[in-house]
Design a protein around this ligand. Structure first.
Ligand SMILES: Cc1ncc(COP(=O)(O)O)c(CNc2co[nH]c2=O)c1O
Length: 398
């Protein structure tokens, strides 16, 4: 049995999405910007896709959604656009973000720091969540942008976007959220949360890899990251990948409907909880960040005494796919930066394994995964030279 539990890394393209994409490779293949019928033939489905994207995040008609290659490009578009417009060509010089953002945010902010921009990386608490009042405390006259993720890719923790949006609106500071791990898992509503910019990637909600989007609220237009042709109204040069755009639009529709989000909240969450609770029966395991306020499909679990990568290897031998935040660096395994950020001890930060489910997982798969995971932990702890379990009930002393 093959069990895929790494959906926060990427998801399977929904077969319905794939079917919708197919015509745009060999039948409706014109360049959308061409003036002939071959190009115009792409427009109806591209317009439909854009409408689905607007509906999926409740964007207003007057707002913009720019088609990009992925969330990374979208995030760079916003942060570097703010840098050009508000910092290099304005009187601002400060950005606020958090310590647990995806590298697409933190690396871009580090680059801006190398160019003289001041960046505040707000800490998260021991549960991996951010206190919105910290935003208010750190906003100052020269603050150009606040960029806080909607949900964390490692822990699933959901951030107080509505509160942060209200604070930014009151302070007159632009607000960007990286919604890559929120769309298709929880309701994302840019108008209700006063979001000015939002980034996303289709392959996180059963759309194709290589396509994403940047939401830009009317009045917050930015200097483009990519210059060239007049595609996307000049906001993003380059011929649009029509098939992927059509696929992303349908994937957004399928993933953000009331029925779909209810399925995530009920069925997918039930499977995640079953997996999580079964794993927690294993001694010295904990859910990193706790169980509260998370996306319904994600759990990051530490197995004390077991390297995360060793668990992945054992599970992979049984065709179970998961992941760990620990980045491999030569022979040393770096500790999970997210786990470090909320105070996990250095030993613990090497033992995290992330399981992220989707609507395509079944209860039979979860039952199989539970058996494999329990056997893997026992095997790895038995061969470990450094792990010794001491029962806390002290039965041996009776
Ligand atoms: C919160 C978040 N932002 C941005 C990105 C970048 O998306 P991309 O540009 O489509 O690659 C990811 C990808 N996160 C992960 C990719 O692999 N494991 C992950 O957790 C993400 O989780």
């Amino acid at each position: 049995m093959e069990v895929y539990l790494d959906n926060n890394a990427t998801t399977k393209v929904d077969p319905e999405v794939f079917k919708a994409m197919e015509p745009f490779f060999c039948h409706i293949y014109g360049n959308p910007n061409s003036l002939h019928k071959f190009g115009a033939g792409t427009h109806p489905k591209m317009v439909e896709a854009l409408n689905y994207l607007y509906e999926g995040i409740n964007a207003a008609d007057a707002d913009d959604i720019i088609i990009t290659a992925n969330a990374t490009e979208s995030i760079n578009t916003v942060i570097k656009g703010i840098w050009i417009d508000k910092i290099l060509n304005g009187n601002k010089n400060h950005i606020i973000t958090s310590e647990v953002e995806h590298p697409a945010v933190t690396a871009t902010c580090r680059f801006l720091e190398s160019q003289g921009v001041n960046v505040t990386y707000l800490p998260v608490d021991e549960n991996g969540t951010l206190d919105a009042s910290l935003i208010k405390e750190h906003i100052k006259e020269e603050t150009a942008l606040v960029s806080i993720m909607w949900a964390n890719n490692e822990t699933g923790k959901i951030f107080p976007i509505k509160e942060i949006g209200a604070i930014c609106k009151e302070a007159g500071v632009a607000f960007h959220t990286d919604a890559t791990q929120a769309i298709g898992k929880i309701r994302v509503d840019v108008q209700a949360c006063n979001v000015n910019y939002l980034s996303f990637s289709a392959h996180k909600f059963h759309g194709p890899k290589g396509v994403g989007g940047t939401y830009v609220q009317k009045g917050f237009e930015l200097t483009p990251l990519l210059h060239g042709g007049e595609q996307m109204g000049g906001h993003r040069a380059g011929t649009v990948d029509v098939a992927s755009m059509v696929g992303m639009g349908l994937a957004m529709k399928l993933a953000t409907s009331e029925i779909a989000l209810a399925y995530e909240e009920n069925h997918v969450k039930k499977l995640r909880d079953k997996l999580e609770n079964a794993i927690l029966e294993i001694p010295e395991t904990i859910v990193i960040g706790g169980k509260e306020n998370r996306t319904p499909n994600t759990t990051l679990i530490s197995f004390r005494g077991v390297e995360g990568e060793s668990m992945l290897w054992d599970m992979n031998q049984k065709t179970i796919g998961a992941s760990t935040g620990s980045a491999c660096a030569s022979e040393d395994l770096e500790a999970n930066p997210v786990m470090n950020a909320f105070g996990s001890d250095s030993e613990l930060a090497h033992t995290g394994v992330r399981f992220s489910l989707s609507r395509f997982n079944t209860e039979e798969e979860i039952d199989y995964a539970i058996t494999v995971i329990k056997n893997a932990v026992n095997r790895l702890r038995n061969i470990s030279s450094s792990y010794a379990y001491t029962p806390k009930d002290h039965v041996s002393q009776l």
